[in-house]
Design a protein. Structure first.
Length: 123
């Protein structure tokens, strides 16, 4: 859920500023999704004082096509599970799109509310 930022009215302990929006915050499933996006789009070692944040999804590039899909799924499952404990991965599917990009479709839910969402990532 996206809300205007009045920290005195936020009714959850789990929230953060909405990326790309001034004065807005995300909570609940939106917060988990934004964390997953950050993990996916950050390579390990990019954040100097937190070198274990992120995932090295680039390792899937250049592998045999069938292996690349499995490697990408394994990396996402491992890193999302470790780095964002409030979310739970329900299902991960991977395929290639018409341009040859790896598409990873992640179905996840909030452990607290059991609300579910599907998100696609492209490598």
């Amino acid at each position: 859920m996206v809300k205007r930022a009045n920290i005195y009215e936020i009714d959850t302990t789990n929230w953060q500023k909405k990326r790309g929006a001034c004065g807005e915050v995300v909570t609940d499933l939106d917060d988990i999704e934004q964390c997953y996006d950050t993990i996916f789009n950050t390579s390990k070692g990019d954040i100097p004082l937190q070198p274990n944040i992120g995932c090295n999804i680039i390792e899937a590039i250049g592998q045999k096509p069938k292996n690349a899909l499995q490697i990408a799924k394994t990396i996402i499952l491992k890193e999302f599970t470790i780095q964002e404990p409030r979310g739970e991965i329900v299902e991960i599917n991977s395929s290639y799109d018409e341009n040859g990009k790896i598409v990873i479709e992640v179905t996840f839910q909030s452990k607290q509310t059991k609300a579910e969402r599907i998100k696609k990532y492209y490598v």
